[in-house]
Design a protein around this ligand. Structure first.
Ligand code: NAP
Ligand code: MG
Length: 497
């Protein structure tokens, strides 16, 4: 019998009000069921929002350093359970164990950062323009935070949102991706074990269209933090505008690595292999385009194709496996269709391109690591997010042209340039339109204490991570204290005319 999971609403583990359920399977072997989960709807969301609203009145009054102490415990428990969590995540969404361990570590780092932020959470004091008057601005909690997350970082992304939201004094209604509900359940269990009070965190499983939309449209949800596709982000933005709630959107990417003719090619090769095929290419920051200077084009492509052929596909729990499966059948089909589109538009397939055969892989949603060369900047495989192990290689004649190609996309999340020339590196940093730029490192590798997010259609201007995420989860309150004993009129009494 598959393990049965529940929602956590109003301090209790409960089924969906309708009693409906859905199943989640291991993408490396779909004969293995991870569990069954409640297929919730808007009535479950209503209950969760009511509970979170009630809890807000108490939680907002707990001093931030104490909220931080609880988050430190959350981090400690995650350290103790790191291996167990990583294994559960690999079974649930397929990426290799080294990467799911990293995913948990990012959550741990985020917990400890939040714990220390509880003793900072700085405001400002500013001199008043009037005598005997004191001015300050402090951060205050906002209310109920709706958290909607994707499956590709099933631990890190929820922690990026939930930990700072809690630290700032907000309460939570959390809808995880339907592909990673077990990991989300483990996270909520850890929060409870650490002593986060009942009702402060509510977990509602179910589909995006039902549970996600019900959260976004709910008049009593004060803010929504969403990570996922640009298409869904646009819908969320529209629906949320009816209640003018605050919305943070972290969306898609079409990230490129540019390799100049003076680059350390071995280093650039390690970078692109990790950037393009890590997490089976299913990272928002994955390297999806490789822009090569014409002088090293043939040589680098040959080096790349040789190494791609050696990448080992398989179950991410097995030693020696480099690349796991796509997360589900739908994603595998999308990848397959982009290979067909690439061929139709005249790109040249130089590695992979198929669903692998072989006994060990036949029950999983695998796809061969794939490389296209002779890709033109206007080809669809150079423009649209594929979210799979497909790399499009484009030729450039110069740094300026390379940066132009790199910028020629509606997205702007991550970017990477390999060069040994410091002048070229800084020009690239200046001219690249992206939230993140790496020099001599791949497009992936964000650290939890740095701002994370993108420009253009990758987001709506907010940043997660580091100190910046605390701007989203708190509201500024401006306070004036007049101790003059008389009425002092700003802009009037302190000027003669
Ligand atoms: P997705 O389909 O947009 O789903 C993301 C989340 O939104 C899931 O929980 C999903 O629920 C929910 N959802 C779906 N439709 C919804 C709707 N109409 N209203 C409210 N919620 C809805 O994205 P995904 O396929 O899970 O993730 C891949 C995408 O995420 C890629 O585009 C990737 O670039 C992006 N991503 C961005 C970042 C970043 O920080 N910029 C990080 C990681 C991923 P269900 O699971 O139930 O469908
Ligand atoms: Mg699954």
């Amino acid at each position: 019998m598959a393990k049965k999971f529940r929602n956590f609403i109003d301090g209790k583990w409960v089924d969906a009000a309708s009693g409906k359920t859905f199943e989640n399977r291991n993408p490396a072997d779909w004969s293995k069921v991870v569990g069954t989960f409640p297929r919730s709807g808007s009535e479950d969301v209503d209950s969760a929002v009511r509970a979170a609203r009630t809890a807000f009145d108490q939680w907002r009054l707990i001093p931030a350093p104490k909220r931080g102490d609880l988050l430190r415990k959350v981090g400690d428990i995650m350290v103790a359970k790191k291996e167990e969590l990583a294994r559960q995540m690999t079974r649930e969404m397929g990426k290799v164990l080294a990467e799911t361990r990293g995913d948990v570590q990012e959550g741990i780092d985020t917990a400890y950062y939040a714990a220390s932020e509880g003793r900072r959470l700085f405001g400002h004091t500013v001199p008043s323009e009037l005598s005997n008057k004191f001015n300050m601005a402090i951060r205050v909690p906002i209310g109920v935070a709706g958290i909607v997350t994707p499956w590709n970082f099933p631990m890190a992304i929820p922690t990026w949102k939930i930990f700072p939201a809690l630290l700032c004094g907000n309460t939570i209604v959390f809808k995880p991706a339907s592909d990673t509900p077990a990991t989300a359940t483990s996270l909520v269990e850890i929060l409870l074990e650490a002593g986060i009070p009942d009702r402060v965190v509510n977990l509602v499983h179910g589909g995006g269209g039902e549970v996600g939309m019900a959260i976004v449209g709910h008049p009593d949800v004060d803010l929504v933090s969403f990570t996922g596709s640009t298409a869904v982000g646009k819908k969320i933005s529209e629906v949320a505008s009816n209640t003018l709630k605050r919305v943070s959107l972290e969306l898609g990417g079409k990230n490129a690595q540019l390799v100049m003719d003076d680059a350390d090619l071995d280093l650039a090769l390690e970078g692109v292999l990790w950037g393009a095929f890590g997490t089976t290419g299913q990272r928002c920051t994955a390297t999806s385009r490789l822009i090569l200077h014409e002088k090293i084009f043939d040589k680098f492509l040959e080096m790349l194709v040789n190494r791609v052929a050696k990448l080992k596909l398989g179950d991410g729990l097995q030693k020696g496996v480099d690349v796991g499966p796509c997360v589900n059948e739908g994603q595998q089909k999308i990848v397959q269709s982009y290979v067909e589109i690439g061929l139709e538009q005249g790109a040249k397939l130089v590695a992979g391109g198929s669903i692998p055969k072989g006994k060990l892989l036949k029950k999983g949603w695998f796809f061969e690591p794939t490389v296209f060369s002779e890709v033109k900047p206007d080809h669809r495989i150079a423009r649209e997010e594929i979210f799979g192990p497909v790399l499009s290689v484009i030729r450039t004649r110069s740094l300026d042209e390379g940066v132009r190609i790199l910028n020629d996309t509606v997205y702007g999340l991550s970017s990477s340039v390999y060069t040994r020339d410091v002048n070229q590196a800084f020009r690239a940093v200046r001219d690249i339109q992206a939230g993140i730029t790496y020099i001599n490192a791949p497009t992936i590798g964000a650290e939890a204490h740095m701002p994370f997010g993108g420009v253009k259609q990758t987001g709506n201007g907010h940043r997660e991570g580091g100190w910046t995420v605390y701007d989203f989860f708190s509201e500024w309150k401006t306070i004036y204290i007049d101790y003059s004993g008389g009425l002092q009129r700003a802009q009037i009494d302190n000027y003669d005319r």
